[in-house]
Ligand binder design. Structure first.
Ligand code: ZN
Length: 344
């Protein structure tokens, strides 16, 4: 029986399929778009590899609020002192991202990355226990030097980094995608494998910076009022006071850069849990938040982003596999309809 090769490429956009569609058709595989869910790679990976929407994975984006904790005075995330302090702190091994000083204990990192290592993957699912697993340098090394001896998963993250920092229209990005496909191509020609390739999302190109500091409109965050966590594309607000909730909601709905997820949308994408925010606001493809709680720098250079609304085609990833695997263009069904059939 043929060995199976599962290739995962972080941030391979459907929008830029011209870079690799020829190779995929040479392999006799079908290339299809894959519309992601909401959230960053952590949520996408749990959706694609385990079939778990945020409600089932029990997290949405990488940080959540700890409601039972309280805080008093704090410095906003836009304050330079917050930024410098957090930066120095991280050098000493304490990573609180760029969370407002005084609110560090209010948020907890809960995002799970199944592809961070084989140990992590195996701790979350039994599906790949007998698979070999190589990521990044090791994956390249495997392509170049090894033969396939058992079912193998290869994970590549560098395309994502180039998309963020060089842009999907850059020489570096294009040539690295093409080089990666060249290497896979050589390997596929050398080894007789059954191949499934997939990515988690796309990547925008030169999105515009959106500055959103809720304190400027609604005053300081407080235990009895509102609290929020903002990262690159997603804002989560927790509000105790209903009148304030209506006001914030109204304000966000007026913003053209993104949308507040309504109940229907939250249900469809499995983000019902109120711990994920009483209000969730997500930017469209052409925007990203800065500054935010993850960090802001003096020379920040963001030329691409993901985690935006999945309804924008720029955010779509891809998958390529044998046509007999069936059809699927939505990450919510990918695990059940495609991946679980492939790995069986
Ligand atoms: Zn990324």
């Amino acid at each position: 029986m043929k060995k199976k090769l599962l290739v995962f490429i972080d941030a391979l956009p459907y929008d830029h399929k011209y870079l690799f569609e020829k190779v995929i058709s040479d392999w006799n595989l079908d290339l299809r778009p894959l519309k992601p869910g909401y959230g960053y790679s952590s949520n996408q990976h749990n959706l694609l590899l385990r079939g778990l929407l945020p409600d089932e994975a029990d997290f949405f984006t990488d940080y959540t609020v700890i409601s039972k904790n309280s805080f008093s005075r704090y410095l906003k995330h836009t304050n330079w002192f917050t930024y410098l302090f957090r930066k120095i702190q991280s050098k000493f091994g304490v990573n609180r991202a760029n969370i407002p000083l005084g609110m560090g204990h209010m948020f907890k990192k809960i995002g799970i990355y199944p592809l961070s290592s084989k140990i992590m993957l195996d701790s979350l699912t039994n599906d790949f226990h007998h698979w070999e697993f190589y990521a990044d340098k090791d994956a390249f090394e495997h392509l170049k030097t090894a033969w396939i001896t058992s079912n193998t998963m290869l994970v590549f993250n560098h395309v994502d980094h180039l998309g963020h920092y060089k842009g999907v229209d850059s020489k570096e990005y294009k040539s690295s995608v093409q080089k990666l496909f060249d290497e896979i191509d050589k390997y596929v020609k050398k080894n007789d494998v059954e191949l499934l390739l997939f990515s988690d999302h796309g990547m925008s190109l030169k999105p515009s910076k959106v500055r959103l500091v809720l304190e400027e409109t609604f005053g300081k965050q407080s235990n009895s009022g509102y609290k929020y966590f903002i990262d690159s594309t997603t804002l989560k607000v927790w509000v105790n006071d209903n009148r304030l909730k209506t006001k914030i909601m109204h304000y966000l709905k007026e913003r053209v850069e993104g949308s507040v997820l309504d109940e229907i949308e939250r249900e469809a994408y499995g983000i019902i849990n109120n711990d994920f925010g009483d209000i969730i606001f997500v930017l469209g493809n052409d925007y990203y938040f800065e500054p935010h709680y993850f960090g802001f720098g003096i020379k920040s250079k963001t030329l691409g982003m993901h985690g935006n609304s999945p309804h924008d085609i720029g955010q779509w990833g891809v998958w390529a596999g044998d046509h007999e695997l069936g059809e699927c263009n939505d990450a919510r069904y990918f695990f059940k309809d495609i991946l679980s059939k492939f790995i069986k």
